[in-house]
Structures are given as structure tokens and as C-alpha cells.
Design a protein around this ligand. Structure first.
Ligand SMILES: Cc1cc2nc3c(=O)[nH]c(=O)nc-3n(C[C@H](O)[C@H](O)[C@H](O)COP(=O)(O)OP(=O)(O)OC[C@H]3O[C@@H](n4cnc5c(N)ncnc54)[C@H](O)[C@@H]3O)c2cc1C
Ligand code: FES
Length: 280
């Protein structure tokens, strides 16, 4: 007997609805809260079209001038949360360099200049039963709204949360509040080692679709599991960007398609791609 197997997320999947057009929006900061040792959450007032951003889409943020080394280029940040009732958009940001340090200095009432929503966003199966999210570090910010979307469709959602140290990002309670089950691993105790992660994931009940962000090693591992389990998978790439609009070719990434290497712009053709094409 032959069994129909879905290994891509297209056609009868959630997420192909008309996209809000990206535009420049200037919003007022309504909150800036530390979330662990290396992260903060920035909440900003935004209009309805920006709040219609889909999980996996991103905004290009202008970093306020700070000190004698301003960050000239905008910095890409994924949608972390949108609250249409409160008119509020949130970003979860890791402190990395001068751009993110400048964003961390924003306070209530300051203005944030954003361009978005940009990129394509994740695609969910129509009636998912169990979704697996595998993220590391700031990649967890990108996956978080997907957990919420999966729960809204009635799916069980399991998130593998990989961090350098447990204290670096306090995200587990946020996933738990959405009803997402978490598997916490970290470098400090060695539990984030890929072989150990693989064992953890192989013990999970059957999964319908899997998603990754924030680690090439974890994405490669997940691509292998998706192949074995014969399920679709997607990965959100975090390539450094300049224009964010498809013009500069600064974000091109190689993919394997039909035996050939092809190059795609992560900002407009991504940032979400078929896992099997990134890690064939
Ligand atoms: C589509 C997309 C969505 C993203 N979403 C988030 C998010 O939700 N939260 C979050 O914290 N971060 C996110 N990032 C990563 C974030 O954009 C970078 O960490 C940020 O631009 C660093 O800026 P900086 O000025 O602080 O550091 P810089 O001083 O510019 O860089 C410091 C170091 O980080 C490296 N770096 C800079 N940008 C990137 C990048 N994009 N990818 C990999 N390495 C980089 C540089 O090579 C350098 O070594 C996202 C990136 C992309 C492409
Ligand atoms: S960042 Fe310029 S083409 Fe993608």
C-alpha cells in the first residue's frame, strides 16, 4: 500500500494569505524590559498593517545615533509579538554590538524608525497535530510567534530551547504561558551537544512539521530528522543585511535545488526557506 507523504509546505497550508505591504513606520517606545542577562524586549506602538506581520517576517530597525560610532545600516529584527488590541509590536533583541546597544538605550516615548513587515514568513500545515520548533539564542525570538500560531490552530507545540547559559535568556516561562512544551538545553552543562539533542528529539511523539532558527548545526540536525520522518521543515536564516529590500545583494545565500547550487536573497526570497534546500 502506498502512503502519501507531505514533505513541503505549500498549497493547502496556512500562510499564503495576502501580505501587508512593507512601509516605513515610526512608532513610540512603550516598554523596554531586560529578559535575561543578554536580551531585552522592546515594545513599540505600531499601526494595523505592521501588526499584521506573520511569524518569521522581520522589520528593519534604524538604530538611534549613540556615541561617536553610530550604526549607519538598519538592523533586521524578527516579529516577536504583536498585540492588535493594544496597538503594540514587540522585538526580542540580543545585545551583540553597537546597533543593538543603541536600541537597548531607547526609553518610553522615544521614537523607533522601522521598515516592514519584510520577508516571507513561516508556513503552517492546515491542521497540525504536533509542531516542533528548534531554536538557539536570538533565533528563539523568530520562532516564538510561530508557537503561538501553532497553538491557535490547536496543535501541540514542542520547542527545543538552546542557550549558551540558562540565565542568558528567560524565554521558557513565555513559551509555557502559550501552552508550549519546552526542552531546555545549554552549553554550560553540555546538554546542547548535537548528539544529545538528537536523542531528545528522537524520543518525541510523531511531528507533522518542524522549524528552526539560530543555529546551523541544529538546522542540519533537524533537516536529517525531517528527511527520516518524511515531514516538511523550514528554517529562518539570519544573514547580515544592508538594504533589506532586495537591491544590494548583500544577503545572498547558496541553496541546493535539483542538483544545482542557486543563490537567493535572504531578505526578499526568505528569510524562511525549505530546510531540505539549505541542508540537502
Ligand atoms: C531576518 C533576520 C531577523 C533577525 N531577528 C533577530 C531578532 O529577532 N532578535 C535578535 O536579537 N537578532 C535578530 N537578528 C540578528 C540581528 O540582526 C543582529 O544580531 C544585529 O543586526 C547585530 O547588530 P549589532 O550592530 O548589535 O552588531 P554588529 O556590531 O553589527 O555585529 C556584531 C557581530 O555580529 C555579526 N552579525 C551582525 N549582524 C548579523 C546577522 N544578521 N547575522 C549573523 N551575524 C551578524 C557581525 O558579523 C559581528 O561579528 C536577525 C537577523 C536577521 C537577518
Ligand atoms: S540585504 Fe540587500 S539584497 Fe538583501
Amino acid at each position: 500500500m502506498s502512503v502519501a507523504v507531505r514533505t513541503t509546505l505549500t498549497n493547502d497550508t496556512v500562510g499564503d494569505a495576502a501580505q501587508p505591504r512593507p512601509r516605513r513606520v515610526i512608532g513610540a517606545i512603550v516598554g523596554n524590559h531586560p529578559l535575561g542577562e543578554h536580551y531585552f524586549r522592546l515594545d513599540v506602538g505600531a499601526p494595523a498593517d505592521a501588526l499584521a506581520a506573520r511569524p518569521g517576517q522581520f522589520f528593519h530597525l534604524r538604530c538611534p545615533p549613540r556615541g561617536d560610532q553610530p550604526a549607519y545600516l538598519r538592523r533586521p529584527m524578527s516579529l516577536f509579538a504583536a498585540d492588535p488590541q493594544g496597538g503594540r509590536l514587540s522585538f526580542l533583541i540580543k545585545l551583540v554590538g553597537k546597533g543593538t546597544r543603541a536600541l537597548a538605550g531607547l526609553g518610553e516615548g522615544d521614537q523607533l524608525d522601522m521598515v516592514g513587515p519584510l520577508g516571507n514568513g513561516f508556513t503552517l500545515p492546515l491542521q497540525p497535530r504536533h509542531l516542533l520548533l528548534v531554536g538557539r539564542g536570538c533565533g528563539l525570538a523568530t520562532l516564538f510567534p510561530l508557537a503561538k500560531a501553532g497553538r491557535a490552530l490547536g496543535a501541540r507545540v514542542t520547542a527545543l530551547v538552546s542557550l549558551s547559559r540558562p540565565a542568558s535568556l528567560a524565554i521558557e516561562p513565555l513559551f509555557a504561558a502559550e501552552g508550549t512544551e519546552t526542552l531546555l538545553v545549554n552549553d554550560a552543562d553540555g546538554s546542547s551537544d548535537p548528539a544529545r539533542v538528537e536523542r531528545l528529539l528522537k524520543n518525541l511523539p510523531p511531528v507533522d512539521a518542524a522549524y528552526s532558527c539560530g543555529s546551523n548545526r541544529l538546522a542540519a540536525l533537524l533537516a536529517g530528522l525531517c528527511k527520516d520522518w518524511r515531514i516538511p521543515g523550514q528554517v529562518a536564516l539570519e544573514e547580515p543585511m544592508a538594504c533589506g529590500l532586495g537591491a544590494c545583494l548583500g544577503c545572498v545565500h547558496p541553496f541546493r535545488e535539483e542538483g544545482k547550487t542557486v543563490y537567493r536573497r535572504v531578505c526578499v526570497e526568505g528569510p524562511v526557506f525549505d530546510l531540505a534546500k539549505v541542508h540537502p
